[in-house]
Ligand binder design. Sequence first.
Ligand code: KG4
Ligand code: ZN
Length: 364
Amino acid sequence: MSCTAKRNPGDVTVLGIETSCDETAAAVVRGGRHVLSSVVASQDELHEEYGGVVPEIASRAHLERIYPVVQHAMEQAQIGRDGIDAIAVGHRPGLIGSLLVGVAAAKALAWAWERPIIGVDHIVAHLHAVSLDTAREPEFPAIGLVVSGGHTSLFAMRSALEVECIGRTIDDAIGEAYDKAAAILGLGYPGGPRVDSRAQRGDDRAHDFPVARLEPGSLDFSFSGLKTALLYAVRGTPTGRGAGATFERDATHLTGPQIDDLCASFQKAAVGAVMLKLDRAIGQRREAGGEMIRSIIIGGGVSANTRLRSVAQALADRLNLSLHLPAMTYCLDNAAMIAGLGCLRLEAGLVDDLSLTASPAGLY
Ligand code: KG4
Ligand code: ZN
């Protein structure tokens, strides 16, 4: 496959495409971190009435939107195909029908424009989001934390490209727990931002919700106990089990201030659980000796959370580490993180070919 004239590393320019879930996104990034354009077409309004993402609706919407979204990203970046060195695409993990639309579009462009195609892991890209549109690059080795709708994972990072998963959730992801909490409280979809904003008005000592520790030394996470504790606090103890269970009451009896208190108490436990394991991971690395951890890197939709951002800063200050969080626009799914990591992979010679496949399963 032919390539454009070789550019300086800082000038490598990549078009990124992201369609792993319910955002259709395209972006152009130069040198790994300068975002020339970032377009995100959200499908929230299509899924809201179902209370969650409907895979068939998501893939159909991606199909309708991918071409205009890519065109818009190219126009916004004021760039033509000659200015693009490679096409990067989020090819795992995610909803297979959604991923396939992005991968097919990326392949078509790579073939037509005679450029390399680069498959990018969506989860690793969330960690790279901290380097977008900022001069503050993280120093490595770092501990990475991805907190999203589908993942809650800890990473030992030697660089933006070399990551090793050292902890993951054994049940729900933290974002999923937020979305379920919102559903239990009747706050609608997407739940995370709504619970976050209600929490800011509430008393976080109103309810004592559990923070899962798991076995001593474990770096894994669990959120199903927290979700159940919230459900019982709202609806009382159930009679029967599973889908046939009946509760003492529904959520309609709750007053506004009671909902605020439940959100604040839930948020305290959810954020406390991820901070506990982040702290533990850094402590374990320090005790083991070896190379010193220099930074904490946090990415994924829940990194937009106000409490998580402030508690993480306090933890980093206490441990004397530099904290790197994405700018708010790059917390949620976007294609700039895909294009940015794509630039680094291109510079490292980590390119794919047209046999690239989409994979619903993740590595982490
Ligand atoms: O990273 P993301 O856009 O998609 C996945 O890769 O899953 O994350 C979406 C998740 C949703 O569960 C959403 O409720 C959550 O991030 N989220 C938040 C906030 N903003 C988004 N959760 C808590 N607080 C927020 N402010
Ligand atoms: Zn994501």
